[in-house]
Design a protein around this ligand. Structure first.
Ligand SMILES: Nc1ncnc2c1ncn2[C@@H]1O[C@H](COP(=O)(O)OP(=O)(O)OP(=O)(O)O)[C@@H](O)[C@H]1O
Ligand SMILES: [Mg+2]
Length: 497
C-alpha cells in the first residue's frame, strides 16, 4: 500500500533558528549541570585548571566566564566546535560525544555565547547570538586583536596559560532575578554552594587525584575581586568505616549491549552527617542507588534506574553502588546527568551477583544495617531538637553534633514568611519551623546581605529561647503569654532600627 507514496519533489528544511535556541533553553539543564558540561570540554582539552567567574553589579549577573588552560583550538577546530552537532573526533577516554555540549549547555543559560581560544600564540574568537542563529545560522568570526585583548584581560589573570580557552556567556536570562539587590544576594548565596557541591561531586575523582583544580569567583563591577573559592571534592563513598563487615562487595553483571561490568556495592555507616553522605545538603534517602562513572566523571548520582520500585526507600538510605562504565552501550542523556537504562539492562542489574549474593540480597543487608541502627536509637531516647536549614551549613552540623550527641534529632528550620504585623516570629510545631516576619528582615539584618542562611546569631538565640515550646503537645495560656512577651520585646528592638 505504501508504494502509492512516491516522491514528487524535495524541500530543504533546515531547523528554524529561534525555535532551536528556545528548545535548548528548556532542555532541562540547570546552571551546575551546564557548567559541568563545559568543564568536560576543558578536561578533554587536557586542562589542569578551570576558573569560573560570575560578573555582577548590584542588580544583575551580566556575564559568566569559564576559563581553562587546555590546549586551545585552532581556526578549524573552533569552526567545528561552534557548529551544532559538529563532527569532532574523540578518543575513547574523552568525555565528549555528541558535538553539542558547548552549545546546548550555553544556550540553556544565556543568549550570547562567545568562545575565545589561544594556541601557538594565536588567539581567535567566535560568537553565536540567539538572533543571528535566527538569521540563517550566522556565526560571527571576531577580530583577533580584540580576541587577544579579551583573553589577556579575562583568562586567568596573574597566572595566564600559554594556551587555553575562554567561554563567555552574556544575556543570562535564566539567571535573572528581581531588581531588588537582596534578591541577587539571596540567589547567589544558595546558587553558589549548590554549584560548588555539584562540581565537587561530579569531578571528585579528578579533584582528589590533583589532576584538576576548579575555582569559582564572583566579581562585582564596583568592588575589588572577591577571592576565588576552590571547589572541594565530595566523594559519595567517602566514609571512614563501612556500615557492614565484608563491604564493599563486588557484584558482577552481564549487561546486554555492554558486556561484563562490576558493581561495587557499599553500605554506609549510620548517622554520619558529612558532606559526602548528604552530598551538600540533600536527605540521605535521596542519595541511595547507582553512581555511574564514565572516564572518572560522575554521570549519575544515585537513583535505581527502575531496578527497585521505590527510588527513595528510607530503609535503603545507606545503599550506594559505584559502577565504572566502559565506553558505549548505555545511553547518557544530553545533559550528562543520567543514564538511560533499557528494561533488559535493569533486569540484568537485578541478577548481578558475587557468586553467593545478588542485588536484592545486598539491598536486604543494607536495610538490616539501617533497621538495627534505628532500634539502637529508639531504645535510647526521645529526639532532641536541633536548629537546621536557615543557618550556615557548618553551624548546623556543629549544633547537631553538640546537642544530639549522636542520638535521634528533630530538625527545626527557619523561614522568612509574611506574618501578622507586630509579630517578629511565630512557631509552627507541625512543620517544625520557626517563621520569621519577612517585613522586618531588613531591620533585623541591618547592613548584612539577605541570604538563605542570614542572621545566624539572631536565629540561634531565638531557637535557644523558644525550643522548649516545641515539645509541648498543646499550647497553654502561659505559653502563649510567654511567646507574646518575647515577640513584644523583639518588636521594640525592630522598631528602634
Ligand atoms: N574548552 C575547550 N578547549 C578546547 N576545545 C574545545 C573546548 N570546548 C569545546 N572545544 C571543541 O569544540 C568541540 C565541540 O564541543 P561540544 O561540547 O559542543 O561537543 P563535544 O564535546 O564534542 O561532545 P558533547 O556534546 O558530548 O559535549 C569539542 O569536541 C572540542 O573540539
Ligand atoms: Mg562537550
Amino acid at each position: 500500500m505504501l508504494e502509492a507514496l512516491s516522491v514528487v519533489d524535495h524541500m530543504r528544511l533546515p531547523p528554524e533558528g529561534a525555535g532551536t535556541v528556545r528548545a535548548f533553553s528548556r532542555i532541562g539543564y540547570d546552571l551546575p549541570a551546564a557548567l559541568a558540561d563545559l568543564i568536560d570540554n576543558s578536561i578533554d582539552a587536557g586542562a589542569s585548571r578551570v576558573e569560573i567567574t560570575f560578573f555582577r553589579d548590584d542588580h544583575d549577573i551580566n556575564a559568566v566566564t569559564i576559563a581553562d588552560d587546555g590546549r586551545g583550538m585552532d581556526a578549524d577546530e573552533l569552526r567545528v566546535g561552534m557548529q551544532f552537532a559538529g563532527k569532532t573526533t574523540h578518543r575513547q577516554s574523552d568525555l565528549g560525544t555528541y558535538g553539542m555540549g558547548l552549545k546546548s549547555a550555553s544556550f540553556s543559560q544565556c543568549s550570547t555565547l562567545t568562545v575565545v581560544s589561544r594556541r601557538n600564540q594565536s588567539t581567535i574568537a567566535s560568537r553565536w547570538s540567539a538572533e543571528e542563529i535566527d538569521v540563517d545560522w550566522r556565526c560571527a568570526v571576531l577580530d583577533p586583536t580584540g580576541a587577544k585583548a579579551v583573553f589577556d584581560d579575562l583568562c586567568m589573570k596573574g597566572h595566564q596559560p600559554a594556551c587555553g580557552t575562554l567561554v563567555i556567556w552574556e544575556r543570562l536570562d535564566r539567571l535573572g532575578v528581581s531588581a531588588d539587590p537582596d534578591a541577587l544576594n539571596e540567589f547567589l548565596s544558595t546558587a553558589l554552594p549548590r554549584l560548588n557541591a555539584h562540581l565537587g561531586l561530579v569531578f571528585h575523582r579528578y579533584l582528589q587525584q590533583g589532576a584538576l583544580a576548579i575555582s569559582v569567583a564572583v566579581r562585582h563591577s564596583q568592588r575589588s575581586l572577591a577571592l576565588p573559592r576552590n571547589v572541594r571534592p565530595i566523594n559519595p563513598f567517602g566514609y571512614q568505616t563501612s556500615g557492614a563487615a565484608d563491604y564493599p562487595k563486588t557484584l558482577v553483571c552481564a549487561l546486554p549491549n555492554v558486556g561484563t561490568i562490576e558493581l561495587q556495592a557499599h553500605i554506609w555507616p549510620e548517622n554520619v552527617l558529612t558532606e559526602s553522605f548528604n552530598l551538600g545538603g540533600k536527605r540521605g534517602a535521596e542519595c541511595q542507588g547507582f553512581y555511574f562513572y564514565r572516564n572518572n566523571r560522575l554521570i549519575q548520582a544515585g537513583g535505581w534506574n527502575g531496578v527497585f520500585k521505590n527510588e527513595h526507600d528510607a530503609e535503603l538510605c545507606l545503599a550506594r553502588i559505584a559502577v565504572d562504565l566502559p565506553p558505549g552501550g548505555i545511553d547518557v542523556n544530553v545533559q550528562k546527568s543520567a543514564l538511560q537504562v533499557t528494561a533488559a539492562q535493569a533486569q540484568a542489574f537485578i541478577r548481578a551477583s558475587d557468586g553467593g549474593m545478588d542485588l536484592p540480597r545486598y539491598a536486604e543487608q543494607a536495610k538490616e544495617v539501617y533497621r538495627a541502627a534505628r532500634r539502637r536509637v529508639s531504645d535510647a531516647a526521645d529526639p532532641v531538637l536541633v536548629p537546621s536549614l536557615g543557618l550556615p551549613y557548618g553551624v548546623r552540623n556543629a549544633a547537631e553534633r553538640r546537642l544530639s550527641k549522636g542520638g535521634p534529632t528533630e530538625k527545626i528550620t527557619f523561614v522568612w514568611e509574611p506574618l501578622e504585623e507586630g509579630k517578629v516570629f511565630e512557631l509552627d510545631p507541625i512543620e517544625a519551623r520557626i517563621m520569621l516576619n519577612r517585613e522586618y528582615r531588613r531591620a533585623i539584618l541591618g547592613d548584612a546581605p539577605a541570604s538563605a542562611a542570614d542572621a545566624p546569631l539572631f536565629k540561634m538565640l531565638l531557637f535557644l529561647v523558644v525550643r522548649n515550646e516545641f515539645g509541648r503537645s498543646r499550647s497553654s495560656k502561659k505559653q502563649q503569654e510567654r511567646l507574646q512577651l518575647i515577640n513584644e520585646l523583639l518588636m521594640d528592638v525592630v522598631k528602634s532600627r
